[in-house]
Every structure is written in C-alpha cells, then in structure tokens.
Design a protein around this ligand. Structure first.
Ligand code: MN
Length: 747
C-alpha cells in the first residue's frame, strides 16, 4: 500500500465552529494524556478567557475566544502540558483586554502569567515606526523564551492559526504577516527542530506571499504525481523486503517534497522543477542507532550509492538536534532515490524538536547523543550575548535574523573539536565562536595548515587554526564578510567603544580649550567641587560621560564652561540658579562665541582623533589649509577648509563653529582631489598616473570626464601629507606633455 504523504497544507477550518464545540473537541483531545483535574483547570481558563474577550470578534466574525481555543488545540495535538494549554487559552487576554498580569497570576499562578506575558506585545509604549515596534516586541519575546521555551512554542501555534485564518485580513496585512512568517517564525521553528510546524508555516507563508508561484508549482506537482505512484510503491516494497530479509524490522515511508522546499531547491541550486521533483524520497525508520548503520549497508547493497552524497547526521547532528543518515542511490528505471534512515526516537525529535522534551519520555541516550536541548540552550545563550552587545532592538533583530539560517558547515579546531558554523562563515566567525577574546585578537589563520586570508569561506571538514597577537584589535573591515550574529555584534560593539574612547579624549580637549579661553585655567585645574557642580548641572554619572557628550557634539564646551562659572559664582548651588544662568547666558553669548577671535586658543588637530574628528568630503582640507571646525551633533567635529562654500552657509550657526588649527608636527595622509585637463591622446592617463605613483602618492580613485573630442578632464583622488607635498605633485604633473591645466578641486 503506497504511503506517500500528501503535502500538508491545512485547509481553512470548515465553516464556523461554536466555542462550545471547540472546547469539547479540545477536552476530548486532552483526555488522552491529561488528568481530569487538569482538564477542569483548562475549562476554567476557557471561561476566564471567554469572559475577558466577551463581545470581541475576529475579522471573520466568529467570537474571539475561538482563536485561543484553536491555538490550544494545536498545542494539544502536540501533547503540550496543561500549563501550556491554559496559557494558550489566555494568550491574548493581556494584549487585547483590560485584564492585568497580576489577575492571571492570582487565578492561575505565576508560571502561567509568565507564559502569557511572554507572548504579549508591549502596549504601553509608543513606537515611532512599525519596524521598531516589531523589533522591540520580538526582543521581548525572545528574552522571555530564554527563561521558558514554551513562550515561543505558544507563539508559533498562535502564528500557525493566524496563518490558517488570514483570509479575513486586508491584502496588505496578509502580505506583511506572511513575510514575517517566512523570515522569522518558520526559521525559529526550524532552529528549534520543530519541523512539523515549520513546514506548515512555510507552505502557508509561501502560498500567501508568492500566490502565483505557489499555484504553478502545486499544479505541476499534481500533474507529476500520477506517474509516480507505481514507481514509489515498487521501490518502497523493494526496500522493505530487503531490510526484512536481513532481519531489520522497519517502517518505510515514501515522502513527497513540500512545495516550499521544492521552490527553495530550484532557487538555491538552480535546478528545474523536474530535476527536483523527479528525485524519489524515502524515509526508513528503524528501532535503534545500530540498526540505522546496518540498514545503510543493506540499502547500499540493493542500489548503488551516488558518490559524495552520504551524510552522517547521527554522528554530527544538525544545529537543531536533527539526526539521520542521508544517502542518495541510483534506483531502478534510472531515477535517483534520496533515503533518510533514522531511529524511532530520532523521528520524534525530527518532527517535534525541542517540544519532544514535553511530548515523549525519550531515553537518555537519544537526549545525550542528539543534544537537541543543549543545542537550543547554546543558541539561546548566544542570543543573550547578541542582546548584550546590540545597541537597540533593530540591531538585535538583524543579528538574530542572520543567526536563524542554520545551513551549516562543520570545521575542526586543531585539537579535533567540531565547531558548527553557518554556511559562508569565515575564520573570523570561527574565532569568535571559539571565544570572544580570540576573535578580538586574531590576526591570521591557517586552514589545513596553510595560511589563508581571514575572509576565506570555510568548508566542511577543514581544520582551522587561528593565530592571535596580544595587541591586535578587531578590524571594521571584517564587518563586510562575517556572517554570524555573534561576530557582527561583538565587532560593532568594539567599534562603538573605540569611538567612545576617542570622543572622551576629544571632549576633554574641547573643554580644556574652552576653559583656557574663558578663564585661563585648564581641565587639570578643576577641583573635586567643580567636577561635582558639572556633573550635577549636566546630570552625568561621571566626568567621562560629560567628555563623551562634548566630544560627540551633543554639548558645546563653551556653554559648559559658562554654566560652571555661573554656578561657581552662585557658591555652588547649581539647581537653584537655573533661571539666573539663562539670563546671564543670553547676555554673554555674543561675546563668547562671535567675540574677539584673537584671544581664543584654537584646538589643535592631529589627524589621529579617529572617528570623532572627520574631514569634510566637500572640500577635503589638508594640513596647511586654513580650517574651521563644525560641531555636528552625535558625530563630533567635522573639519572644513575655510574657503569651503558650506562654511559660508553654516555662518548662521556661530555657536557650532570652533576654532581649529593643524598640529605643527602632523603626519599621515589626507585625501584631496586634483583635476587635470589634458589633450585626448593615447596613454595620457597612464603617464599622469605613473608620475603620481612615482612620487609615492597613493591614488584612491580616478574618474574621467570627456567634455569634447579634444580635451578630457581626469579627476584624481590622491592621498597627500600636506600642501607642500601637494604642490610638489602638481608641479611634476604640469611638466607632462599633453597636460594643459591642473588645479585642485574646491567645493
Ligand atoms: Mn493570538
């Protein structure tokens, strides 16, 4: 008898079912595994929920309570425990009714209140964008999940029912929800190894988000199915018979691929429909691990294996705990056969993932060897680490999303430990996976004992040895190629702190400059009392925070000094003097900022301030150019050439300008643009470029602007040390034949 399973996209629920009917069905399902006392509690929760949602309806017109009932039913089919079923019945009560969390705790206990709160969105906070709200709610839910996995299991069941009943929503909402399902919820289900719910979410999400593609593929499957039945049952019988002969009791199942997985294979492997669909897939379920390997031998004896296709996910389980042997065979009638071989216990984990923990009393052996629970724990502790390093919820969401696609590679440490990494991972990802410190100080890598670039994509089976150096630092360039959330979040966090060190130092110098200008004192002269005043005035925790604020341009140093002087004059009672300060402040302001320039000491620019001092792209100032600093909120100081036309435009914000000058001993390279008008002769560009390079000047970029047949303008972006250096370069280019004119580009 052919047992080929039909693709399991569930039809919409038939007609409207009354809440009473749904409740009876639910309790009937629960009777198979819960005690009467627990079922009574479930009925009580249903009454509580129905009362809270009284008068509310779903978009389809049904009483609202039908939705929590349906969600509870999905969880009952997964044989989840009583707390989980009760929480499911109450899951929308906090969000959609005036009921408070305390009430639920009082009625049903803290545990259930926690679960319900975990799946509820934040309703008290207003968000600026939907994206932000989505990200913040997602973060809240994931953090709740780390405490109790049932939070996410309820959420997945909730999402599954919402997907099944999308029909009543607006087209826009349907697309949004379908997309979120494909991008976030299905991958989470996959991460947790909950394959049954994952495939349902994917099929429904795909059908909704790509309706045309879904219809075309579903139709192709329907047409192709006819010819298959016979072949499927023949192969199935052959496998079954042979295994039986060898004394291996087993179940053999013909599998039909899900439409979404056909689509994914066609897309990622660039295959045609028939190339994907014509592969016949079978699953062999046997009693124990030993039988798996013996069955593999039998099967390879029956049909020849396709070389290079065998995968042992029993010895090395997938990231979500999935275990199986995979192989591909040359079957009869010239078809390829994909075979998965696993034990009954592995089959349960493969279907239910972490939920299997609640469903079955699995033997310790399977729990230990697949480590499904441990792997999920590892993933969740990784989430906590990402959360710690991520600046805000959007960043968190982005990093988690990267981590959710566990198409993995397996590599080895020099000591033979197996590390699993997402496909596309690089040695830097590997280094961070081993330990944050190793990532932060890695400088080179040996892959299979050969030196390789840090950006190399790792392949399964390679041995990776990271070479570290104590003084080394993460390089921002790594962000261009790392793929793991952990590496990305750690590097970013490091860059942020680095910027903070720089902004603190710049802020200190700016305050020092302002102090000298105002009262010929320096930062060192500030005593403990002065510092206290400053911290109280600006509500800073410590002086670094104040420097940081100044360095980033969020506060202006002269105004900080002004407030300090006023507070000192008021004998250190800053709080009571606010109004007085404001008055004095406006009186003094013009003298302070527009006043006699000569008396002010400019800030020296060394070129090593890093990210908090930047050089304007409009005018590319180089040492020797007269310059002006513009304090830009959150970005520190931007240096412009005095002649820049933007300087004139910003004249109306005098309080934002600061006087700066180049440090006399300045070193380093600064970008500058020069334009060369030249006759259109073959080789002109090469000659000019060679002359520049011969002077040991780096060319960052070249563009050519051909304005008529005769002349072209070649624009070079080059790196020079200062004006003298630039003048030397320009003099040299001027002597080149066919060069008509050379000048520096000005904004
Ligand atoms: Mn819901």
């Amino acid at each position: 008898m052919p047992t080929e399973q039909v693709s399991r996209i569930d039809p919409a629920p038939p007609g409207h079912s009354s809440p009473d009917r749904l409740l009876d069905d639910l309790c009937a399902a629960l009777e198979s595994y819960l005690e009467p006392r627990q079922i009574a509690e479930v009925r009580r929760a249903q009454r509580f929920g129905a009362q809270a949602h009284a008068g509310q309806h779903r978009l389809s017109g049904e009483p609202y309570i039908t939705h929590p009932l349906a969600v509870a039913r999905i969880l009952a089919d997964m044989r989840m425990n009583a707390e989980c079923i009760i929480a499911a019945l109450l899951h929308d009560v906090l969000e959609d009714t005036p009921t408070a969390k305390e009430q639920i705790a009082e009625q049903f206990g803290e545990e259930i209140a926690y679960l319900v709160d975990g799946v509820s969105k934040l309703t008290q906070i207003e968000f600026e964008t939907r994206r932000e709200a989505q990200a913040e709610n997602f973060r809240k839910m994931l953090l709740a999940m780390v405490q109790d996995l049932r939070v996410i299991i309820i959420k997945l069941a909730d999402r599954l029912h919402n997907m099944r009943t999308l029909g009543a929503c607006s087209p826009e909402a349907r697309r949004r929800i379908a997309r979120e399902t494909l991008e976030i919820y299905a991958p989470i289900a996959n991460r947790l190894g909950m394959n049954a719910i994952r495939t349902d979410l994917q099929e429904l999400g795909f059908a909704e988000f790509y309706p045309l593609r879904y219809r075309v593929l579903a139709e192709s499957v329907r047409k192709a199915r006819g010819n298959r039945r016979e072949i499927v049952s023949k192969i199935e019988a052959a496998l079954q018979d042979r295994l039986q002969q060898e004394g291996l009791p087993c179940r053999v199942l013909g599998r039909e691929k899900h439409i979404y997985s056909i689509y994914q294979k066609m897309r990622t492997k660039r295959l045609s429909f028939s190339e994907v669909f014509d592969v016949y897939a079978f699953r062999i379920v046997v009693d124990n691990v030993d039988s798996c390997y013996r069955s593999l031998g039998v099967v390879h004896n029956l049909y020849k294996p396709v070389p290079g296709k065998f995968k042992d996910y029993i010895a090395i389980p997938k990231a979500n705990g999935y275990q199986s042997l995979h192989t591909v065979l040359f079957g009869p009638f010239g078809v390829h056969i994909e075979v998965q071989i696993r034990s009954e216990d592995m089959e349960k984990v493969a279907e239910a993932g972490v939920a299997a923990h609640w469903l079955y009393k699995l033997g310790d052996s399977i729990a230990a060897s697949s480590g499904a629970q441990k792997r999920v724990r590892d993933w969740m502790s990784g989430l906590l680490e990402i959360q710690k390093n991520a600046g805000n919820s959007l960043e968190f969401l982005e990093n988690v999303r990267i981590d959710l696609f566990p198409d993995e590679v397996y590599v080895f440490t020099p000591r033979g430990r197996i590390m699993e990494l997402p496909r596309g991972a690089t040695p830097v990802d590997f280094a961070y996976a081993v330990h944050t410190d190793i990532g932060n100080t890695c400088v080179a890598v040996k892959i299979d004992r050969r030196l390789a670039p840090l950006s190399t994509t790792l392949q399964s089976g390679e041995t990776v040895e990271i070479i570290t150096s104590p003084g080394a630092r993460p390089n921002p360039v790594w962000l261009n190629f790392v793929v793991t959330g952990k590496a990305r979040a750690t590097i970013r966090n490091y860059m942020k702190n680095l910027k903070r060190d720089e902004s603190v130092e710049l802020g200190r110098r700016l305050l020092d400059q302002a102090l000298v200008n105002a009262c010929s004192k320096s930062v060192q002269d500030l005593d403990a009392h002065d510092v206290e005043i400053l911290l109280a005035e600006f509500k800073c925790r410590n002086v670094e925070q104040l420097y940081d604020d100044i360095g980033l341009g969020n506060r202006l140093a002269p105004l900080v000094v002004r407030r300090l002087l006023e507070a000192q004059a008021g004998k250190g009672e800053p709080a009571s003097r606010t109004r007085g300060i404001k008055q004095v402040f406006s009186r003094y302001m013009p003298a302070w900022l527009g006043g006699s320039k000569d008396a002010l000491r400019p800030l020296a620019i060394t070129g090593t301030e890093g990210m908090v001092v930047t050089f304007a792209k409009c005018c590319n100032p180089i040492p020797g150019d007269p310059i002006q600093g513009f304090v830009s909120s959150g970005r520190g100081v931007v240096i412009h050439a005095e002649s820049c036309k933007n300087v004139k435009e910003f004249r109306n914000q005098p309080e934002k300008w600061i006087d700066v000058q180049w440090e006399t001993s300045i070193e380093g390279e600064f970008p500058v643009e020069i334009r060369v008008d030249a006759l259109n002769r073959r080789g002109v560009l090469a000659t000019v470029a060679a002359a520049i390079a011969a002077m040991d000047v780096n060319i960052n970029n070249v563009t050519i602007d051909e304005h008529d047949g005769k002349y072209s303008t070649i624009i070079f972006n080059i790196a020079v040390h200062n004006r003298v250096h630039l003048a030397r370069v320009m003099r040299r280019i001027r002597t080149i034949e066919n060069v008509a004119k050379i000048y520096r580009k000005r904004a």
